[in-house]
Design a protein around this ligand. Sequence first.
Ligand SMILES: Cc1cc2nc3c(=O)[nH]c(=O)nc-3n(C[C@H](O)[C@H](O)[C@H](O)COP(=O)(O)O)c2cc1C
Length: 195
Amino acid sequence: MIPPMGNDPIALVQDWLDEARALAGEPHAMTLATATRDGRPSARIVLLRSFDERGLVFFTNRTSRKGEELRENPRAAAVIHWWELGRQVRAEGAVEEVSTEESSEYWATRPRGSRIAAWASPQSRALADRDELEGLVAEVAERFGDGDVPLPHFWGGYRLVPEVVELWTHRDDRLHDRIRYVREGDGWRGERLAP
Ligand SMILES: Cc1cc2nc3c(=O)[nH]c(=O)nc-3n(C[C@H](O)[C@H](O)[C@H](O)COP(=O)(O)O)c2cc1C
């Protein structure tokens, strides 16, 4: 059961994330839905890199399809499901770019190969073939040589600032437990939803 309503959903989700890190195969895989200005949706998985009272942070190429959609329509919905725990979390809200400092801090933790890949891959663009991608990677590797691979200007983090957070737990009788928390002023109002 989800703890009594009126609690802070952020702390609850942080507890769930801690348990998922111990038990789930990929605890940070989060489906992120964005949409064009005229409301045509698209969804993909990204890794949830941090979750606190400020929001949900993920990193990506800002010229990707999701980046373009967020530029024209800076709102998103996200969902994480942990099969092993029988739990789901949903969040909806506005999306903002994180600061360059925050992106740099995360960038510094990425292995060199991932940094080169981020520079080389024109994420979401059509490629002639795999060779084209490998050529781009070779060019970037040569350009940086043994030197530092800096944060690309087109790459960084986004923070989904949730207005709504829903916690869901599985029940064998299909009478699953759902609590939706809606942001109200500085706090949250919880309400139980029919499963
Ligand atoms: C488990 C998993 C984790 C992923 N994590 C990220 C991520 O953190 N950032 C990212 O840009 N793409 C990530 N991807 C790739 C995206 O799903 C997607 O293919 C890519 O971001 C391009 O999406 P777009 O064309 O809609 O922008 C991940 C894919 C999987 C399956």
